[in-house]
Design a protein around this ligand. Structure first.
Ligand SMILES: Cc1cc2nc3c(=O)[nH]c(=O)nc-3n(C[C@H](O)[C@H](O)[C@H](O)COP(=O)(O)OP(=O)(O)OC[C@H]3O[C@@H](n4cnc5c(N)ncnc54)[C@H](O)[C@@H]3O)c2cc1C
Length: 391
């Protein structure tokens, strides 16, 4: 298996790096990383950078050209994500629209839906959020109870969704709702709904980090138009699985690039405060660097599969557990080594750029939950990789 990037992939990476050198102004990252930055302005910074990426043809690259993409390979998409992470570029506020809803529309939507929604996703003129999880249905997604009742040609939605990332800034939401309360998988339908309408209430949820990136959404007889149903009535589960496949399979090189950058910053900060000479500190940092190399090599292995058009497979669950638990170990160590400075999220003197260690430490707790919790990943490994018997 060739774990190196092909000459074409390297050429793409170098062009992208050159573009980022010119176009990623320092002010973007400083604003995003500022300890007490206002969340509305952060989303605006993220939106502006996304527009720049879109104008340069770096968004939705893997989409077919007729929908604004350039038919890029998955390897190029993985490189793009890793390079953006490695320089702390502002993350897209429309990651859920572009990364999850768009593939559902491209694979299962109508021509009208693609024309109506895809361009505004790329330009970030409409921000999207994902309405799958409910208070009683997370890991067991097929247990959703939000119901959709016919109203003439259209449907009325009643129920609640939760953990809706970027909900407070979104204009549209893609929702799984029950068109049949008894058929567990075949009774679920995939709806696209505007948030600004009677019967939809989006409430921001305050997180442990002090931010409110999530929302909970209450639907009370809200209108879902028939023309905004993706696929057929009752096909929602199948479509949701396409969407989740993109969510779980799309990471590959991203975590190791992001963590590599953070580790560089940590080493700089520890060197500046004089602790790098301590053998115990060197050992801790050395272990983290080696683990991140393992993560990078695993990412390259997945990418090598993807380059040959092989699916990421259930082995990607091993990657998911490894990177999410590694992120927790890394941020635990960082907060410990940075001492009060890490807790207060002050600037790390001498560091290449600031890492908001306290925020990273808190955020790392979520990694073992979203995109399938560690327990669910272990179930997948037991069943599909190790072929262990199940009840
Ligand atoms: C940062 C973040 C962003 C998110 N963004 C979104 C979003 O935008 N849209 C959205 O719809 N949802 C979102 N979610 C929700 C996410 O999908 C759920 O949190 C996740 O699926 C787990 O569901 P739950 O929280 O209901 O926990 P539960 O499913 O209730 O699980 C509770 C505990 O039980 C364990 N458990 C559950 N079932 C099993 C089993 N069969 N075997 C062993 N252990 C089990 C779990 O591992 C966990 O430890 C987000 C979550 C997070 C943390």
């Amino acid at each position: 298996m060739d774990l190196n990037l092909s000459p074409d992939a390297l050429k793409f990476r170098d062009e992208l790096r050159a573009w980022l050198d010119v176009n990623l102004e320092r002010s973007y990252t400083e604003e995003v990383l500022a300890p007490n930055a206002d969340e509305d302005s952060l989303v605006e910074v993220r939106r502006q950078f996304q527009k720049k990426l879109n104008d340069a043809g770096y968004l939705g690259m893997g989409w077919p050209t007729e929908w604004g993409g350039r038919g890029a390979t998955q390897v190029e998409e993985a490189i793009l994500r890793a390079e953006l992470a490695a320089v702390d570029a502002p993350q897209s506020p429309n990651a859920l629209g572009i990364g999850l809803c768009a593939p559902a529309l491209i694979h299962h939507g109508t021509e009208e839906q693609r024309n109506r929604f895809l361009p505004k996703m790329l330009s970030c003129d409409e921000i999207w959020c994902q309405g799958f999880s409910e208070p009683g249905a997370g890991s067991d997604l097929a247990g959703i109870r939000t119901k959709a009742e016919p109203d003439g040609d259209d449907y009325r939605i009643t129920g609640q969704k939760v953990w809706t990332t970027l909900g407070p800034w979104s204009n549209w939401i893609f929702v799984l709702a029950r068109t049949d309360m008894d058929d567990r998988h075949g009774g679920i339908t995939f709806f696209l709904m505007p948030i600004d309408q009677p019967g939809v209430e989006m409430r921001a949820l305050k997180q442990i980090s002090g931010e409110s990136e999530f929302g909970e959404v209450f639907f009370d007889n809200a209108l879902a138009k028939r023309e905004h149903i993706v696929g057929k009535i009752g096909e929602g589960w199948r479509i949701a699985m396409t969407v989740l496949g993109f969510e779980r399979g799309g990471s590959t090189l991203l975590p190791s690039a992001e963590f590599g950058h953070q580790l560089d910053c940590l080493v700089d900060a520890v060197r500046t405060n004089g602790d790098l000479e301590r053998p115990d500190v060197r050992e801790k940092l050395g272990n983290l660097i080696v683990e991140n190399e393992v993560l990078r090599a695993n990412g390259m292995r997945t990418l090598a599969n993807v380059a040959q058009d092989l699916p990421p497979g259930p082995e990607s669950s091993i990657d998911k557990i490894f990177w999410s638990e590694f992120h927790q170990r890394m941020t635990d160590t960082a907060v410990e080594l940075m001492g009060p400075q890490g807790l207060l999220a002050l600037r790390s003197p001498g560091a290449r750029t600031d890492v908001h260690w306290m925020r990273e430490f808190l955020w790392a707790r979520a990694g073992t939950i979203y995109s399938g919790s560690s327990e669910i990943q272990r179930n997948i490994i037991a069943k599909r990789v190790l072929q262990m018997p199940t009840k």
